[in-house]
Design a protein around this ligand. Sequence first.
Ligand code: FE2
Length: 411
Amino acid sequence: MLISNCRIRGREGFYDVEYENGKFTSIESHREERKGGYDAEGNMMMPPFVEPHIHLDCVLTAGIPHYNMSGTLFEGITTWHEYKTTQPLVVSEIKERARTALRLMAEYGVQFVRTHVDVTEVSFQGVQALEELKEEMKGIIEIQTVAFPQNGILSCKGGKELMRRAMDMGVTCVGGIPHYEYTREYGLESIRFIFDLAEQYDACVDVHCDENDDEQSRCLEALAVTALERGWGRRTVAAHTCAMGSYNDAYCSKLFRLLKDSQINFNSCPTESIHLQGRIDSFPKRRGITRIKELTHEGMNVALGQDSIADPWYPIGVGNLLRVLEMGIHVAQMTGYEDLSHCLDLISVNGAKNLCLDQEYGIEVGKDANFILLGGKDDVEVVRFQSPVILSVHNGQTIVEKIPAKVSVKF
Ligand code: FE2
């Protein structure tokens, strides 16, 4: 298959790109005489968007049994608990909701997804549903699952056993929620357990960490030093780290040395955090997001995710990472030209690092033919116009094709 006359993100000029049997076979400068295939009309090809952090077992449950009226994280957790205890959780129903969310994400250019799944929901219907979906979606959208102990590991009866059971069922990564454990000591013990499990199952670590506005919430330093000492940094993600937005600068400058040495990755969910955090503040009201710009400028890897699509924590969300990116660069004040000119990294290549993708990611001959074609010419134009994904190809198969609406302005 030939895609002719496309820009390729990060390169000058126009290209003709060919792929065959699921691999890129040729990338050459565009020649007018080349006919056939798909005419990209100068639009921009890039590797697909990566969703590094979502909860597919919870999507599309907003309003059941009731909406989160305060908009706080903790009412979200209690509302989800009510959902779990009042609604019959059935594998087929969870898969249907998750599949609907995946279709939305695919429409907006996502081909790789890391989803958390609540392992403190003891029927394990969610784990079963997402493990089945992970297999069924292979070759269309690649899914990684994370064993997520929503009610804690030490603070939940049988929490360690539930985590082991999930890993035995084939869950991809080990999760955690140390800041939510009853005490700091429980949080620290949970971190040691998380890495023990990761070593035992040779799995990546992806932990909800310091998702609050408490400047004393400092599980991140324990997560980073454990990752450093066990040589697990590149395979570790610290998600949210909202409290870093409240840390004082003196502590942060010390912390950054450890974070860099540890080589851990970060995830931030700016639409979710700007919605959930700062709720207990009067004014001035904190933004409740981690230091996305400062971490990035220090050379650390930060990827943006959605967290929720219409669930007890966040009632909106349609699977569109460009919308998340737009919020993220505003809240993090990454709207200076230098940051703006490569902002798509935050929802693409940085997410690929979080998911430890390799052969399957990048526009290069010999790599898997995974790409999207965006209606625009560069990062600034794409984020400014919220450009549509006009083509999404995974393993050489077209999974989404969109014909943008033609609009005629009459003046
Ligand atoms: Fe989350």
